[in-house]
Ligand binder design. Structure first.
Ligand code: CAA
Length: 689
C-alpha cells in the first residue's frame, strides 16, 4: 500500500488498482481529497500491473459532496475538473464503489468514472439545490445523458437521495454488490469489464437521451408549471432546470460552460449564502456547550402520551414510526376512541405507509383511561390544553405513578416549565418538548430546558428528536419560548398596522411575497378566528370580536377577514374593510396610506429585536438556533436565512436599530431596542460576534 497523502492510499488487488479515500466525517471533496484523487489516479496509471482502477472510500460514506466550508475561499490544490478529466480520460477503466451516499460533487466524480457499483443501502443524489446551488462539476450535463432530462430535472430540483436499486433501474449504477463486501464486489466487477471494448465509454459522449428530447420544449414548460408552487421564491430550481435544458440543446462542452456560469451566479448570490448558513445552523443547533455529546442517554423504549387530541395523536405517530410502543391516555372513552381512530386514518391516508406498515404501527399503539398505565414508560409527554392548573395536577400525579428515571415532558407552547416542574419532586426529570402542528409532519421541536432539567434528560431529548426525524433547538423558559415569542412580536405589528390604515390583505400580500407560505390574517382565517373567543363575553372591543359576532369566524364559516367562495378561494372583503374603517374612525386615529416597505419593516424588524432580547436573556444559545426555529416551524423562507441572519445580512443591524428607535419615539416602549442590538451596532458586530 502507498500513501498518496494523508487522506488517500493506493494499493493493488491482483491486477486491479485501488484508490482509497479516508477523510472523515463524510469524505467531502476538500483540497486534500482532490489532491489525493489526482495523485491516486497518477499512481494507478503509472502502475503497469493495474489493468483497471477502483475508487472507494473508508468510513460511513462515499464522497458526500464538495467541501461546503471551502466555498467562497481561494481555490487550493487540484481542481475538481482536473480530477474528473484524469478519471474520464483514463486509459484503464475506473469504477466508483459506492456505499453510504454519493452526493453532489461525489456523484459528479462517480459520473466521470466509466462504471459505478454500489451496495444495496447506498444512495445517490445531487442535493445542491438545497444549498441554493446547482451541481457545478458537470452533474447537470452528465446526469440527463444517463437518466434522461425528465428524471434528471426531478433529481436536481428535489435533491432527493435515490436508493441504489432505483439507480440501477435507471442506469446510474451498473451493478449492485453484496452489502458489506463492496471492495471485493467492485474488484470483481473491475476484472469483468477490463476486457470490454475500447475506447472506454464516457458519459459525456452518450447523447441518445438528450437528443431525443431536443425540439420538445414542452418537457421543461410542463415541469416548471407543475412545480411552480414548490419553487416559488427560490432561484436554484429554475437555474437547475436551465442547465438540463442546456444539456439537451447544447453540445457537452457548451453545456458545461452554461452550468459554470449559472453556478457562479448562484454561489455569489444571497439565497445560496442563506441556505448554506441554514445547513450548518441546523447541525450547530444539536450542539449544547454545557451538555457534551458523551453525556449519558436514557434508553427510551416505551412512551406515554396524555391527551389523544390532534397534538397527542400526531406526537404518538413519531414514535410508532420508529418502532417505539406508545400508550395514549385520555379521560373519556369517546375521546380516546376518536384519538386512536385519527391516528389510524392519518396512516391510511398517507401515501408512504403500506397497509402492513400501518398495521404494524397501530399494533404498537394502546389506549387507556388510567394514568397508572404509564408506570413503566421511559418518557411521558403531556399534551392537554394550555392551563397551568391542569398541567400541574397531571405532573404531580405523574410524579407518583412513573418509574424513577422516567422523563416527564410537557408539550406546552409557552407556559412556564419551571412552574410545571415544581409540581413534582423530581424537577430534574422535567423538560418541555414543544411539537408543532401537525406533529407528525412538522420538522421543528423546541426542547425547553427548565432551571433544573438534568443534562441526561436534555441530551436524551436532543438525540431522540433526531431519531424521530425532527430538527431540535434548545430554548429556555420564557413566555412563548423562542418561536411563539417572536411570532407575538409580528402579530402585534400586523394588528397595529391594521389600526393605522393597512388592510389585512395588504399585510398578508407583503409577507407572502417575502416568502412566507401565508400571511397572519389568512392564517387566522384558516385556524378559525374564534379560537379563544367566548361569545358570551364578547363586547365588540376588537376587530376580531366584531367579525366573530357577525359569524365571520374564518374559512369554516365561509368568511373571516376574507370572503371565501365555495372552493375556499379568498377575496378581500368589503365587509371587513368597513368594519376596520369604522373601528379606526371610532378610535380617533387618522388612517393613512402605508407602503409595502413600511409593512415589511414593521412586521420583521421587531422580530429581529425580539430575537436579540431572547439572546441577551440567554433563552437561546445562538442566533442561528432562532433561525432554525423560524425556518422549520414558522415558514420563514429558507432562502432568506431566518430573522436573525436576514436582520444582520440583508436588512442590516444599524438600520433595524435606527427604525426601532424611531418607532420607540413615536409609539412607545414596545419598540424599545434590545440592549444587545445597541451594543452590536455600536461595536460594528453581528450576532455571530
Ligand atoms: N462539506 C463540509 N462538511 C460537511 C459536508 C460537506 N459537503 N457534508 C457534511 N458535512 C459535515 C457536517 O457539517 C457535520 O459536521 P459536524 O459533525 O461538525 O456537525 C458532519 O459532516 C456530519 O454530517 P451530518 O451530521 O449531516 O451527518 P449525516 O450522517 O446525518 O448525513 C450527509 C450525512 C447525508 C452526507 C449530510 O451531511 C449531507 O446531506 N451533506 C451535504 C451533502 C451535499 O449537499 N453535498 C453537495 C455539496 S455542494 C457540491 O457538491 C457542489 C458541486 O457540485 C461541486
Amino acid at each position: 500500500m502507498t500513501a498518496i497523502n494523508e487522506v488517500t492510499d493506493y494499493s493493488r488487488d491482483g491486477d486491479v488498482g485501488v484508490i482509497t479515500l479516508n477523510s472523515p466525517p463524510v469524505n467531502a471533496l476538500s483540497a486534500n481529497v482532490r489532491d489525493g484523487l489526482a495523485g491516486g489516479m497518477k499512481a494507478a496509471l503509472d502502475d503497469a500491473g493495474a489493468q483497471s482502477i477502483v475508487l472507494i472510500c473508508e468510513g460511513r460514506t462515499f464522497i458526500a459532496g464538495a467541501d461546503i466550508t471551502e466555498f467562497g475561499g481561494p481555490q487550493k490544490g487540484a481542481s475538481l475538473f482536473e480530477v474528473q478529466d484524469a478519471i474520464e480520460g483514463s486509459t484503464k477503466p475506473v469504477i466508483a464503489a459506492i456505499h453510504g451516499t454519493a452526493l453532489g460533487g461525489g456523484l459528479e466524480v462517480a459520473l466521470a468514472c466509466h462504471y459505478r457499483v454500489a451496495v444495496p443501502s447506498a444512495r445517490c443524489g445531487l442535493p445542491e439545490v438545497n444549498l441554493g446551488l446547482l451541481p457545478g462539476a458537470g452533474g447537470t450535463q452528465r446526469l440527463p445523458r444517463i437518466v434522461g432530462p425528465q428524471k434528471a430535472m426531478e433529481m436536481v430540483t428535489s435533491g432527493q437521495h435515490v436508493p441504489a436499486k432505483e439507480c440501477l433501474a435507471m442506469g446510474l449504477v451498473d451493478e449492485i454488490v453484496e452489502e458489506g463486501k463492496l471492495r471485493d464486489g467492485a474488484v470483481a466487477f473491475a476484472r469483468k469489464v477490463v476486457a470490454e471494448h475500447r475506447p472506454l465509454k464516457k458519459v459525456r459522449e452518450s447523447n441518445q437521451k438528450v437528443e431525443a428530447a431536443r425540439g420538445h420544449p414542452e418537457i421543461f414548460a410542463d415541469f416548471r408549471k407543475a412545480n411552480a408552487r414548490r419553487f416559488r421564491g427560490f432561484l436554484a430550481p429554475e437555474y437547475n432546470i436551465r442547465c438540463i435544458e442546456a444539456a439537451v440543446n447544447q453540445p457537452f462542452e457548451e453545456g458545461l460552460k452554461t452550468e459554470r456560469k449559472l453556478f457562479g451566479e448562484l454561489l455569489t448570490g444571497s439565497q445560496s449564502a442563506a441556505q448554506r448558513y441554514g445547513f450548518f445552523a441546523e447541525r450547530q443547533a444539536a450542539k449544547i456547550p454545557d451538555v457534551p455529546d458523551d453525556t449519558p442517554v436514557i434508553p427510551v423504549n416505551k412512551v406515554g402520551i396524555i391527551g389523544a387530541g390532534t397534538m397527542g395523536g400526531g406526537i404518538a405517530m413519531n414514535f410508532l414510526n420508529i418502532g417505539i410502543p406508545v400508550t395514549l391516555v385520555e379521560v373519556k372513552q369517546e375521546a380516546l376512541d376518536r384519538g386512536l381512530k385519527v391516528v389510524r386514518s392519518n396512516y391510511e391516508r398517507s401515501r408512504t405507509a403500506r397497509p402492513e406498515e400501518t398495521e404494524a404501527r397501530m399494533s404498537r399503539l394502546s389506549g387507556s383511561l388510567d394514568m397508572n398505565a404509564l408506570a413503566d414508560c421511559d418518557l411521558v409527554i403531556e399534551a392537554v390544553f394550555e392551563r397551568m392548573d391542569i398541567k400541574k395536577d397531571i405532573f404531580s400525579r405523574l410524579d407518583a405513578i412513573c418509574k424513577p428515571g422516567a422523563i416527564l415532558a410537557t408539550n406546552t407552547s409557552g407556559l412556564n416549565v419551571d412552574e410545571i416542574a415544581s409540581a413534582t419532586k423530581r424537577p430534574e426529570a422535567v423538560i418541555g418538548l414543544h411539537f408543532f402542528s401537525p406533529a407528525n409532519v412538522m420538522k421543528l421541536l423546541e426542547v425547553v430546558r427548565a432551571d433544573r432539567t438534568s443534562k441526561e434528560v436534555i441530551n436524551t431529548s436532543m438525540k431522540l428528536s433526531r431519531k424521530i426525524g425532527k430538527i431540535a433547538a434548545l430554548v429556555g423558559v420564557c413566555p412563548g419560548f423562542v418561536g411563539n415569542r417572536i411570532l407575538g412580536a409580528r402579530q402585534r405589528e400586523a394588528q397595529k398596522l391594521m389600526f393605522e390604515g393597512a388592510m389585512p390583505w395588504d399585510i398578508d400580500r407583503v409577507l407572502y411575497d417575502f416568502g412566507f407560505p401565508m400571511g397572519p390574517f389568512a392564517m387566522s382565517d384558516l385556524a378559525g378566528l374564534d379560537i379563544g373567543w367566548v361569545k358570551e363575553k364578547s363586547k365588540g372591543e376588537t376587530i376580531r370580536d366584531v367579525l366573530c359576532e357577525m359569524d365571520r369566524r374564518g374559512q369554516k364559516t365561509g368568511a373571516g377577514y376574507y370572503d371565501y367562495d365555495e372552493n375556499r378561494v379568498a377575496r378581500p372583503s368589503p365587509v371587513t374593510e368597513k368594519v376596520i374603517k369604522e373601528f379606526v374612525a371610532k378610535s380617533g386615529v387618522n388612517a393613512r396610506e402605508i407602503t409595502d416597505e413600511e409593512i415589511l419593516e414593521r412586521c420583521l424588524y421587531p422580530m429581529v429585536n425580539e430575537g436579540a432580547k431572547i439572546l441577551e436573556e440567554g433563552k437561546a444559545i445562538r442566533a442561528s438556533d432562532i433561525d432554525v426555529v423560524w425556518q422549520n416551524g414558522y415558514g420563514w423562507p429558507v432562502y432568506r436565512g431566518g430573522p436573525m441572519w436576514w436582520g444582520e445580512h440583508v436588512a442590516g443591524l444599524p438600520k433595524v436599530l435606527e427604525r426601532m428607535k424611531e418607532w420607540e419615539g413615536r409609539m412607545g416602549d414596545t419598540y424599545k431596542p434590545a440592549a444587545l442590538l445597541e451594543r452590536l451596532v455600536a461595536e460594528g458586530k453581528g450576532f455571530g460576534g
